[in-house]
Design a protein around this ligand. Structure first.
Ligand SMILES: [Mn+2]
Length: 241
């Protein structure tokens, strides 16, 4: 009865109005479906293409999705939300208004007796010192505070254009990153984890490595993929309405 689901990289707000409305409908269809047997859902980052939350202001849009999420958490589903590299700048909205459990760093969780490690997947490429420095700068407390003084119309426009550049950058180094993600998963298995779940790459991967499983969740732009864990067995599936 009690299953666990995982999705990542919906990048809400990325496409045209029509594309985004269709994506929102797909996601809500998925949520309506899993709420029949889901105990918990993990959102493994980049739910939004660009998210910057001010103390009193959030980006406009996504209303139906938010309504659905709060409905599910009200009804007892546990929804975890790990910030990705596109939506790291969240504050208390998701926790306090939508009842989600928010995470800013990779974390581990025990599900059906399995040790599961959850990581968005950014910053793992070996040759990516540039990104790791940028990440520190973009997430630094002082810089985030300064940024928050920009008018939201300016701040969010800037965030969107940065997001576009970042996606191009990530696309360019996809290859190296996929290898290091696998390598990272292997390393985590040696540390005793049974299942490693990541996103970020936008390409679904299901790989058995020894006794462990490495899953990359793909995305909800092209693939509409999700992982489903039922009594300790995990599978990667494609959502079809
Ligand atoms: Mn990402």
């Amino acid at each position: 009865m009690a299953k666990t689901y995982f999705i990542s990289d919906a990048h809400l707000g990325l496409g045209t109005k029509e594309e985004e409305r269709a994506k929102e409908r797909r996601l809500i269809g998925f949520l309506d479906h899993i709420c029949l047997d889901a105990e918990q859902l993990f959102i493994v980052g980049d739910l939004f293409d660009a998210w910057f939350e001010y103390r009193t202001v959030i980006p406009k849009g996504f209303h139906r999705f938010f309504a659905k999420v709060s409905d599910l958490t009200d009804r007892g589903m546990t929804i975890h939300y790990l910030a990705g590299n596109h939506d790291y700048w969240m504050r208390d909205f998701f926790r306090d208004e939508l009842g989600m459990k928010t995470h800013y760093e990779p974390f581990e969780v025990q599900i059906d007796g399995k040790k599961v490690y959850i990581h968005h997947g950014d910053g793992l490429a070996a040759n990516d010192t540039g990104y790791r420095i940028l990440k520190k700068v973009l997430r630094g407390r002082l810089n985030v505070w300064l940024y928050s003084w920009l008018h939201p119309d300016i701040g969010l426009t800037l965030a969107k254009s940065t997001s576009k550049r970042s996606r191009r950058h990530t696309g360019g180094k996809n290859y190296g990153e996929s290898d290091t993600m696998q390598e990272f998963a292997r390393q985590k298995m040696n540390e005793g984890y049974d299942v490693i779940v990541m996103g970020h790459r936008h390409k679904p991967v299901f790989q058995q490595i020894g006794q462990g499983i490495y899953i990359n969740l793909g995305d909800w732009i092209e693939h509409n993929t999700f992982a489903e864990m039922d009594r300790g067995r995990i599978a990667l599936k494609t959502w079809t309405p």
